[in-house]
Design a protein around this ligand. Sequence first.
Ligand SMILES: [Zn+2]
Length: 466
Amino acid sequence: MDYTTETLTNLAQQVSEAFKMALAQHRKSGGAAMTIAGVETEFRELLRQMGAQALSQFLSSASGTPAAEIPCRCGGTLRYQRQRAATVTTVFGKIRYERAYYAGCACGQGKAPVDEAYGIVPGAVSSGLAALLGLAGIELAFDQSREWLKAFLLFEVSENTVRSETQTLGALQAEQEDAWCQQSQDEDYLQTRLRATAPLPARVYGSLDAAKVRIEPRARAGKKPEKEDDWRDMKVGCWYEAELVPAARHSPRQRDKCAREQAVFRARQMRYYCDIAEAAEFGRLLWGTGCRVKADLAPELVFVCDGAVWIWNLITFYYPRAVQIVDWYHAEDRLKRVAHAAFPAERDREPWLEQVTTDLWEGRLASVIRACEPLASRCDDARHAVTYFTNNAHRMKYDQFRAAGYLIGSGTVESGCKQIVTQRLKRSGAQWTVEGAVQTARARAAWLSGGWEALCARRAALPLTV
Ligand SMILES: [Zn+2]
């Protein structure tokens, strides 16, 4: 919406005059001199109070002249009762407004058309404020975000409100994902997609990983928690595409990488999903979100993972034709661990490590395995490495993968795991129930996936509970 310069100038003049008067009063009563910071804060508070009043006036006048009767949702008729007051907590704080209220239908339901028109739940938080509370809640511990929000909003919001609004957004994201999952089981829907003419992404990447979350049930009043804290796996998946980073825009780290790998790719359009669930249940999400990004239809589908067995099993089950790649850095790291465990002296270690790393890079898996075998009898790491490289040999054809221009690092999902789980769920003082952890993580995943606006729009369209 646009406002004319004239409108803005007139309003600003009035605000400025009001401020000057208050400032004069402040000085007369011996108040301290103000720096610009003080003036800014005072202005913000003034504008907030004005905003609250203006919004209240706007909503109170929104009913217009009430009709005597309106249709009820049930098909019956509602009769105008009176102007009835309600409150809602908005980005300007809690406001009170009056609106036309209708009742008297046989079904017993009442209705305030203004609330319905604007998606207001009386007594609750407005969807505009909910989006901001959620944004704080996915970033900071709930008690911390309360302090932080007060600095921005200039009024208090309780820790519980931040928690519940954040988790409501997470629950809505879960609902959305569940709808995708159900759709992905629908044969007709899958058929329709085959006939769609929209262009497909040429190459889609997927990664899966997991990170531990500490579940620590909150003690109920006067009672001990039912059981001690336990650690659960938050499984995280990511869909993405890759693009070449132009040489002129390489960071110093990317320049090093380029000298070794010839080309530097970066992930784009990351879409994360997560859950604390058994592998089979998570597989549903892997398939449902995959259909959403057309992973099943894309000419090329590539999974880059740090291969836990459950991960490869799910991928093989849902996407049997996908290219499977063990994350290069994990594979390389295996060799480093063997080298350190098997060769105490650096002069022995370095040449061995350099040779096997080159072999791995060039796709000579047989040589890598042959180099580890003689060490296996005296070194556990080497013994495990032989099994690891043997079992995953087909996922480590790094010469072929590089030739095909595949991204061979799973940094994208690992970074997602860090951002979703470590940076938020492992903050000190966090006490999580499984549900709370999952909902907060889901809301955060939506933000990291560029889905925040869509999620908040769903929150704004929540069905009214009155
Ligand atoms: Zn009715």
